[in-house]
Design a protein around this ligand. Structure first.
Ligand code: SF4
Ligand code: SF4
Length: 239
């Protein structure tokens, strides 16, 4: 995002709308840090500028990633996935992606309010890749990997900053404790925050095989369920 310096009256009304704190007053001018701006378009969409001075210049690769990951109205051009991740975890009754004996993990980096650079996303992905997880192919971060076995991202994207990005993978249930432990360790090495989505099928008795692993790894667990009201049509057999 940029500001038309001729039009801008430095009224500062747009400043509180930036979730990254990228808009700032310098002398008698209001500016946008191009390094911190994640191209989320919130400042412009807020419609608070009285003189319409905020404008979106054409973005070039790899800066296009900032808007693809930060502006929910922009679809990722290569995956057609809007925003940061897939919706698979919420539609398992249809996709059958998470089978019995397996778990799914989504690591949501950058929320709330900090943003994330892809070099930190890569640290998380590589830490998990070492333990043999399978990255979700339809996820935009997976698309940016130059090697899905190592979790390494393309070097040119590493310094790009986004509002948030999700590393998504599935793994055998027995690997969950060591992956959670690795995530606790890598959390100390990154300059952002993350939250975890941990998904599995409920056992016939209603218990959830991932809960104890999450608790023993030191994570606070908040249970969320989804009730299938019969609208989903399973595309895969239960396995
Ligand atoms: S596009 Fe988003 S990050 Fe950039 S200045 Fe506007 S609100 Fe801030
Ligand atoms: S709201 Fe518009 S005029 Fe006011 S500081 Fe922001 S860009 Fe400038």
């Amino acid at each position: 995002m940029k500001i038309d310096e001729v039009l801008c009256t430095a009224c500062e009304q747009c400043i509180p709308y930036c979730p990254m704190g990228a808009i700032f007053l310098e002398g008698d001018m209001v500016k946008i840090s191009q390094d911190e701006c994640v191209e989320c378009d919130i400042c412009r969409r807020a419609g608070v500028c009285p003189v319409d001075a905020l404008y979106q210049p054409e973005l070039k690769w790899p800066r296009t990633l900032r808007s693809a990951f930060s502006n929910p109205l922009v679809s990722h051009p290569d995956t057609n996935v809007p925003g940061r991740g897939t919706e698979e975890m919420k539609t398992n009754e249809v996709t059958g992606r998470f089978r019995r004996g397996y778990a799914g993990i989504a690591v949501e980096l950058g929320r709330p309010g900090t943003g994330a650079r892809f070099y930190d996303v890569e640290k998380v992905a590589t830490a998990c890749a070492k333990l043999g997880v399978r990255f979700e192919p339809a996820n935009p971060v997976t698309f940016l990997m130059e090697d899905r076995r190592t979790g390494k991202l393309r070097p040119e994207v590493l310094n790009e900053k986004v509002l948030s990005a999700i590393v998504e993978f599935d793994l055998e249930l027995q690997k969950v404790p060591e992956v959670l432990k690795a995530l606790k360790e890598v959390a100390k090495e990154i300059d952002t925050v993350f939250s975890l989505d941990l998904v599995c099928r409920a056992e016939p008795d209603g218990s959830l095989p991932t809960v104890d692993a999450a608790k023993s790894a030191g994570f606070e667990v908040s249970l969320n369920g989804k009730t299938n009201v019969g609208l989903g049509r399973p595309l895969k057999e239960d396995g």
